[in-house]
Write a protein that binds this ligand. Structure first.
Ligand SMILES: C[S@@+](CC[C@H](N)C(=O)[O-])C[C@H]1O[C@@H](n2cnc3c(N)ncnc32)[C@H](O)[C@@H]1O
Length: 277
């Protein structure tokens, strides 16, 4: 097999359809290079001479190649306290409000498309910091679910171990000292923070029925990869998964305009977030 085997237009179309069908990720015409480069290691590992031959192997679902392709095609870019403002809104608006209004059950958060865990752990740290300032509140009143389609991202999330850029991006030195155990160059999120967060593999195309309901859903920088039609269906399902008047966060460059009428936009300082109508 030649090391520089390339992806033809026809082969690109085959993989593009496959990826869309099984993940909802919609690739534009210019993304042929991305498919080629991300799938090349898998093509080699499968011993295929061409992308077409590799594609044929993926049709045998028991082979496991499909899951590996979807994993390779996801973009797991993330950082701690991404954009800051959602975590400020949690601290200044949502946590005090929920602690007052929810008395008889846990307060539930969902980080949908949580990648390697920085988002749900940032929520957990925000809760711990809030409880430190307000001793009447306790972290045990909260639970956080992180879900993602990508098994390799979830593997890191569950381990809660980070090093290099993955620990430094967005992380404040005092929080690093307070909420992580250092082991050589690796930082592991402390047990008590980890205890608040459960992880589960979930394709957002699938049913949310078994997840229960949530007070706050984060789905940030995930739906940007989906078709308009999938976004509409997804936002409807999030609305159904929220308790009445539950909160919803998108990424700072995303909004619901044209995709959902089920939420009202709220503003805190310079930032926007949503609440279920
Ligand atoms: C760019 S990351 C965003 C991580 C985090 N929410 C943030 O804003 O930093 C997008 C994540 O969405 C996940 N994803 C893509 N398609 C998905 C799907 N159909 N179901 C569940 N997760 C998906 C990817 O695996 C990836 O980890």
């Amino acid at each position: 097999m030649s090391a520089d085997v390339s992806l033809s237009k026809e082969e690109f179309e085959l993989f593009r359809e496959l990826i869309k069908k099984y993940s909802g990720i919609t690739l534009g015409d210019a993304k042929s290079y991305l498919v080629e480069s991300r799938l090349r290691p898998l093509l080699k590992a499968s011993g295929s001479a061409t992308y077409k031959e590799f594609y044929q192997k993926t049709l045998d679902r028991k082979s496991g190649w499909l899951e590996k392709i979807i994993d390779a095609m996801t973009t797991n870019e993330t950082l701690w306290f991404r954009d800051r403002s959602p975590f400020i809104i949690l601290d200044e608006v949502i946590l005090p409000e929920l602690l007052k209004s929810v008395k008889t059950r846990k307060i539930r958060f969902w980080s949908a498309g949580c990648s390697t865990g920085q988002e749900p752990y940032s929520i957990a740290i925000t809760i711990f910091e809030y409880c430190k300032k307000h001793p009447e509140a306790t972290p045990s009143r909260f639970e956080i679910l992180g879900t993602d389609i990508s098994p390799s991202a979830l593997f890191t999330a569950i381990a809660g171990r980070y090093e290099g850029l993955s620990i430094s991006r967005g992380m404040d030195q005092s929080l690093l000292t307070r909420y992580f155990d250092k082991d050589g160059r690796t930082y592991e999120i402390k047990k008590e923070v980890k205890a608040l967060v459960k992880f589960k593999q979930l394709n957002l195309q699938d049913s949310f029925a078994l997840l229960g309901r949530f007070d706050v859903i984060f789905c940030r920088n995930v739906a940007i990869y989906f078709s308009d039609d999938f976004k509409r269906k997804l936002f409807k399902k999030f609305h159904q998964a929220l308790y009445p008047h539950g909160y919803f966060f998108l990424g700072s460059a995303e909004n619901l305009r044209g995709f959902s009428e089920d939420f009202e936009a709220l503003q805190h300082k310079q930032s926007f977030y949503y609440r279920a109508k």
